[in-house]
Design a protein around this ligand. Structure first.
Ligand SMILES: [Zn+2]
Length: 182
């Protein structure tokens, strides 16, 4: 396993459409392992392959990762790890009910904004072995899955906020890039 470099705004790669994976082989499993390690290292709760400049429909998520509570040690956190590897994920169904979470993105460091999305989703995907799976999610996992699947279509969470806020954050990153800070 190795850490990969995370692509950040305003890199045009993030707007690319990712292509479906034709077979879940060792190269895809190795990509997913690298993505998971990169995500934990960042740290984050979800990562799409396009964020490490690979335009394939692959995401990894783990919303179980969290800070230790009082009286807990680091081992307790490791035990809480619950990674999910999704190849060719597709949203099959969404709830009418919405929920709002403050979202962030490893490709848009240090920017957070509230986004409203369906509260529950049903997602179909291929697992690490290539077997077809379905997952029903609510809460943070539902939001995280929608955020990551958006990435595969070149959509960022800032596309769900007001145009004014979006333009402001894009400008900020463009300026940082010009100044060589990224
Ligand atoms: Zn993201």
């Amino acid at each position: 396993m190795s850490l990969r470099k995370i692509v950040t705004l305003p890199d045009a790669v993030l707007r690319q459409m990712s292509t479906p994976v034709t077979g879940v082989d060792n190269s895809i499993r190795s990509l997913m392992d690298d993505m998971l390690e990169t995500m934990y290292d960042a740290p984050g709760i979800g990562l799409a392959a396009i964020q490490v400049a690979v335009a394939k429909r692959v995401i990894v998520v783990d919303v179980a990762k969290r800070e230790p509570g009082e009286g807990e040690n680091a081992e307790a956190i490791v035990e809480k790890k619950n990674p999910i590897f999704l190849v060719n994920p597709e949203i099959i169904r969404v709830s009418d009910e919405k929920s709002v979470y403050e979202e962030g993105c490893l490709s848009i460091p240090e920017f957070y904004a509230e986004v409203e999305r369906p509260a529950r989703v049903k997602v179909g995907y291929l697992d690490r072995t290539g077997a077809r799976q379905e997952l029903e999610a609510d809460g943070l996992l539902a939001t995280c899955l929608q955020h990551e699947i958006d990435h595969l279509n070149g959509v960022l969470f800032i596309d769900h906020i007001s145009r004014l806020k979006r333009e402001r954050v894009i400008k900020k990153f463009q300026k940082a890039q010009r100044l060589g800070k990224l």
